[in-house]
Design a protein around this ligand. Structure first.
Ligand SMILES: C[S@@+](CC[C@H](N)C(=O)[O-])C[C@H]1O[C@@H](n2cnc3c(N)ncnc32)[C@H](O)[C@@H]1O
Length: 234
């Protein structure tokens, strides 16, 4: 059973994650970022090649660099990439920054592989009405929340070298078991590595009736579970 992973207390953001500079419309590092950072610290060793997919402000890329990783950071948003470049310069980190849509495999630099792929992708289930604003690309992920999650699973099978590890955070609302099953079908050894519960944030609260109507949240739910999926390429 994948759900045997212990529930951990939601880690607080390391001050360094909290202090990253941002422009409006770029995701503010929060509990999901912190949970993933805690998992990263168990995987990245000096010299690891790390890819941060959907880097946003670059918080996780900077964190992996601090752990000694050689880091490449990609995002679909030019604004996020500009912010990541500035944060890398300010922190004195040498991070490669590229625009990439992870749903488009052809746009990847030829055949490069990594020891660690880390991602906090968009994973919030969203009806059509919710998709409008560009900044919402940071969290909206289609009716089941899996639009980018599934593309990332598929991409990871190619991006990881043997023994390499994918660390991806998402909400229990968008189906951790489906993610584990998809990764296993791609030949990766996958499980839920950590989970924690956090109060519902403003985005989920703003679409409570829709989420309840779809059976994704019960009337009494005022928290959401976040999980870190860990998958290793054999
Ligand atoms: C939830 S934010 C995470 C930001 C940062 N990694 C963090 O944890 O604080 C998701 C990021 O994924 C990016 N994104 C959305 N769709 C993408 C795609 N198809 N390919 C690459 N990046 C994408 C968004 O622009 C956004 O910066």
């Amino acid at each position: 059973m994948t759900y045997q992973a212990p529930t951990v207390q939601a880690p607080s953001l390391a001050p360094a994650l909290d202090r990253v500079w941002r422009l409006p419309g770029v995701y503010r590092p929060q509990a999901d970022t912190a949970l993933l950072a805690a998992a990263l610290s168990r995987e990245v060793v000096p010299g690891s090649d790390v890819l941060d997919v959907g880097t946003g402000s670059g918080a996780l890329a900077l964190y992996a660099s601090r752990l000694g990783g050689h880091v490449e950071a990609v995002d679909i948003s030019w604004r996020a990439l500009a912010v990541t470049r500035v944060n890398a310069l300010r922190g004195g980190h040498s991070i490669e920054v590229h625009r990439r849509d992870i749903r488009r495999p052809g746009r990847r630099a030829g055949g490069r592989t990594y020891d660690v792929v880390v991602s906090n992708p968009p994973y919030v289930p969203a009806g059509r009405a919710a998709a409008a604003h560009r900044a919402e690309r940071a969290w909206n992920a289609g009716p089941d929340g899996r639009q980018v999650v599934e593309a990332l699973c598929t991409a990871s099978a190619r991006l990881l070298r043997p023994g390499g590890v994918l660390l991806m955070v998402h909400s229990a609302l968008c189906g951790p078991q489906a993610t584990v099953d998809q990764l296993a079908a791609l030949g990766l050894s996958a499980r839920v590595g950590a989970r924690t519960r956090v109060p519902l944030g403003p985005v989920l609260r703003s679409r409570l009736p829709w989420l309840r109507a779809r059976g994704l949240l019960a009337a009494a739910d005022d928290e959401e579970e976040l999980v870190v999926i860990r998958a290793e390429r054999r």
